[in-house]
Design a binder for this molecule. Structure first.
Ligand code: CS2
Length: 475
């Protein structure tokens, strides 16, 4: 149901009703989807697609938070209902979504196991962040990562609840196996190349290290679906809450603001069924790689470049950074390199329409009404650059070209890592230690944290070293 902005009613905050439960006209859909990673993006994307499917009445989502319970608490108070604010250049439109029927604190692992082991549950969807999969440079689970090792010890002893999202999922899958509830799909919605395989390696790696029989069951019963997801969704602010109040005349403590554009490409099997997401424009393909690369390189790559270059130049949001000619030129050069590796054989027969995609990105990034903060994008760079910069750099060099624009993204990240007041990264301590070194030795040590093979190449170390300091702050 959508509510037009022009219906705004002027009421004082005290007299405002809470988000009206009667807006949920029909009965709640039954839980058939369990989601890990209840955040703004899940709500603007998978929850929106599910709410738009023609069979939405049969598909409810139970969504679990990650580290903190806050998002679940706020949403549970509204019975799972929330307002999606679609923020276009020309104005806002508002809709109340009802596809999330249960919002749960991620620490409630017993409830997770109960829901995952229910025969009606057809899939588990994931938005747990790129860094949460804990895969090493070899693409396999890093069982020495302290939180992974901690979860494995807990699982083995049977004496406590796992604390990582993947540890919790494996615990819940063991419950499904014990219940004989049959096959299901795990649908990865994180911004990773081959994200279905990444999820498989993480889940199977944990299962193998815990219980060989569970690992065999996972192999036979869990279908790992790869997806490429897209919708720019900044963090919700107090101003957004006030905007909903002013336009809709009710108090929603958990609205989500997103751009009008949205895209979802999926590849894989759903052994226990799925909603008709195609009704909302989702696309099902046999080979997802070209679509993944287009999105990860062109959109996410440009985002990371703007996050580091833009902040070094004193900007706060994507739109501000893009309006800076130095940043725009860096983005266009990186896009040229990426585009050269997205056409021909790399497209695998897919019609990627790169010029139109690039033009659309410029328009999306320039939407100044969406305050997409560079600081939010800058987080977890060591993991993100592996997907966003390194593949383009390697592909360019394999063809005898320099890859300077991709290298510039890495150089800007290195400069940012040394200059930033807050540097949030799974390898923050290691990056800080490497930054104590000097010259080429320093660059090699930081690069090794992103990709050891890249760090071993003297020519790349020299290239990146020469690009440091490209984005000094304007005086
Ligand atoms: C961004 C993404 O924070 C980031 O790393 O690049 O969250 C981006 O906004 C989404 O992938 C857009 O679909």
């Amino acid at each position: 149901m959508s509510i037009e902005q022009t219906d705004a009613t002027a009421k004082t905050a005290e007299s405002l009703p809470q988000l009206d439960r009667t807006l949920q006209a029909s009965a709640k859909p039954p839980v058939r989807i369990v989601h890990l990673g209840l955040g703004a993006f899940h709500r603007s994307h998978q929850a929106w697609y599910t709410s738009q499917a023609s069979d939405a009445a049969g598909w409810g989502i139970a969504a679990f938070t990650g580290r903190r319970p806050d998002a679940a608490l706020a949403l549970a108070e509204q019975d799972g209902l929330f307002t999606l604010v679609e923020r276009a250049d020309s104005g806002d439109s508002f809709a109340v979504l009802g596809s999330i029927v249960e919002a749960v604190d991620g620490a409630n692992v017993q409830r997770l196991a109960e829901l995952v082991s229910a025969p009606a549950t057809a899939m588990v969807t994931l938005t747990v962040t790129e860094a949460a999969y804990r895969l090493g440079a070899d693409g396999q689970l890093d069982t020495t990562a302290p939180d992974v090792a901690g979860d494995l010890a807990l699982l083995a002893s049977g004496s406590g609840n796992p604390s990582t999202p993947l540890g919790r999922l494996v615990f819940a899958l063991a419950a499904r196996r014990a219940a004989g509830a049959g096959p299901l799909a795990v649908v990865c919605c994180d911004n990773l190349a081959n994200n279905g395989t990444v999820a498989r390696n993480a889940v199977a790696g944990l299962a193998r290290a815990w219980d060989a029989e569970l690992a065999a069951w996972v192999e036979e019963n869990v279908s790992f679906v790869s997806t490429s997801v897209d919708r720019i969704t900044p963090r919700t602010t107090e101003a957004d809450i006030a905007a909903v109040e002013a336009a809709c005349g009710y108090r929603d403590n958990s609205p989500v603001v997103a751009e009008p554009f949205t895209n979802w490409v999926l590849s894989g099997d759903f052994p226990a069924g799925r909603p008709r997401w195609e009704d909302a424009g989702a696309v099902f393909v046999d080979h997802i790689e070209p679509y993944e690369n287009r999105k990860l390189w062109l959109l996410n790559g440009a985002h990371s470049l703007l996050a580091y270059a833009g902040q070094l130049r004193g900007h706060t949001t994507v739109a501000q950074a893009l309006a800076d000619p130095q940043c725009l030129t860096a983005v266009e050069s990186f896009w040229d390199e990426a585009e050269a590796n997205l056409s021909g054989a790399a497209a695998g027969g897919a019609d990627l329409q790169i010029p139109a995609y690039r033009a659309a990105l410029l328009a999306r990034f320039s939407n100044a009404r969406i305050a997409h903060h560079l600081a939010q994008i800058a987080m977890d760079g060591s993991t993100k650059l592996r997907m966003r910069a390194v593949p383009v750099l390697l592909a360019e060099r394999a063809q005898g070209r320099s890859g300077a624009a991709a290298a510039l993204m890495i150089a800007a990240w290195i400069d940012f890592s040394a200059a930033a007041e807050t540097f949030q990264d799974p390898l923050a301590t290691e990056v800080a230690a490497a930054n104590q070194l000097e010259g080429a030795e320093r660059v090699r040590a930081v690069l090794a944290l992103v990709d050891p093979a890249v760090a071993a190449d003297d020519a790349v170390v020299e290239l990146v070293s020469g690009l440091l300091g490209t984005f000094p702050a304007d005086a």
